[in-house]
Design a protein around this ligand. Structure first.
Ligand SMILES: [Zn+2]
Length: 346
């Protein structure tokens, strides 16, 4: 409410009438109300500035205007106020000034938003950008953990490569059993180790797992986009495939990465089951049995073809796991083939 509105004038008239009657208590609730308003305004504002995004942080947002308007009121009414009420008003003015100070903090936050210094205060990156022109890409994005299907399909996925020895061991096993898989590659590693996968990806799918495995959850869309584009190009160059899928490092997903992925027409693929090597140290057969027992149709299974030596349990148990799953009627497909199964069944 502005200082000059009819409602405000009526409230000032009420206050003057109360003062004239010597009823100092009347100012009490009004003061508490100011205090509450101040508390409400100052506590959530810094966070609010983060959450709604740039759209809601226009000139109205920080709330410095309202307190300023209220501060002006006592000066106009000054001569008619009793000493007691003046003290109350002084306290009230202090509260309002404090509110304005905290409002200034909120305003600084809002300035961050308007300057697009995202993510704000190290928090999660927003999934929208203001005034950057129309978004390219499909305008939407799907995030998949698994696929609903009655068919016994499973998609093996291997993250973090390509890496000499590790990826070669994996590819050798998959070749031996004629099993397709999806490799979520780190772009920088692909460029460093092109010979590991060169000529060996025909039955497999190459997908994007970022440029150098940095956590993209707090990256804004610009930085995430640069990272993913660089990785995309490296993987395409080394494998001859244009990645269509993104798995963000650590499965961490922020708004900036999501927007960047949408612009690149990616589908985000996480997982619904994963290798648990640390639970079966030195026991590849036991680990394989565990994975087979847990398996369900439409599973996307996370494995790694890079890492500490104890991760080799999964890769050494891979032949047994493949045999066991086939015995139970499972068929191996790439993630994109599994996703195609979704669209067919809908
Ligand atoms: Zn990874």
């Amino acid at each position: 409410m502005g200082a000059g509105s009819p409602g405000d004038a009526a409230r000032q008239a009420d206050l003057r009438a109360a003062d004239a009657a010597g009823d100092a208590h009347k100012a009490g609730p009004e003061m508490r109300s100011a205090q509450e308003t101040g508390a409400k305004r100052t506590d959530p504002d810094p966070d609010d500035a983060d959450q709604p995004g740039p759209d809601q942080t226009g000139p109205d947002q920080p709330g410095a205007e309202q307190p300023g308007g209220e501060v002006a009121a006592p000066e106009r009414a000054g001569p008619r106020w009793s000493r007691e009420s003046r003290r109350a008003l002084l306290r009230r003015a202090c509260l309002v000034a404090a509110g304005a100070g905290l409002g200034a903090v909120a305003f600084a936050e809002a300035a961050d938003v308007l300057d697009r210094n995202l993510p704000i205060r190290g928090g999660a990156a927003g999934a929208t950008e203001v005034d950057r022109g129309p978004h390219s890409g499909a305008g939407q994005i799907a995030v998949t953990w698994r696929v609903q299907t009655d068919r016994k399909l499973v998609a093996l996925t291997f993250d973090d490569g390509p890496q000499p020895n590790w990826t070669e061991l994996t590819l050798d096993t998959l070749d031996r059993y004629d099993v397709p898989a999806t490799f979520f590659m780190v772009g920088q590693r692909a460029l460093k180790n092109p010979g590991v996968v060169h000529g060996r990806m025909a039955r497999h799918e190459a997908a994007n797992h970022s440029w150098r495995h940095n956590d993209l959850a707090r990256a804004d869309a610009q930085r995430a986009g640069d990272d993913l584009r660089r990785s995309h190009d490296a993987i395409a160059e080394v494998t001859g495939q244009e990645p269509a899928l993104l798995r963000p490092p650590y499965g961490h997903l922020g708004g900036g990465a999501l927007l960047a992925a949408a612009r690149m027409n990616y589908r985000v693929v996480l997982w619904s089951q994963q290798m648990v090597e640390s639970e079966f140290p030195g026991d590849p057969a036991g680990h394989a049995r565990h994975i087979i027992d847990q398996m369900a149709p439409g599973t996307i299974l996370l494995a790694h073809n890079v890492g500490k030596p104890d991760r080799l349990v999964a890769l050494r148990g891979l032949p047994r796991m493949i045999e066991g799953l086939r015995e139970r009627g499972y068929e191996f497909v790439t993630v994109s083939q599994l996703l195609g199964e979704t669209s067919r069944s809908v």
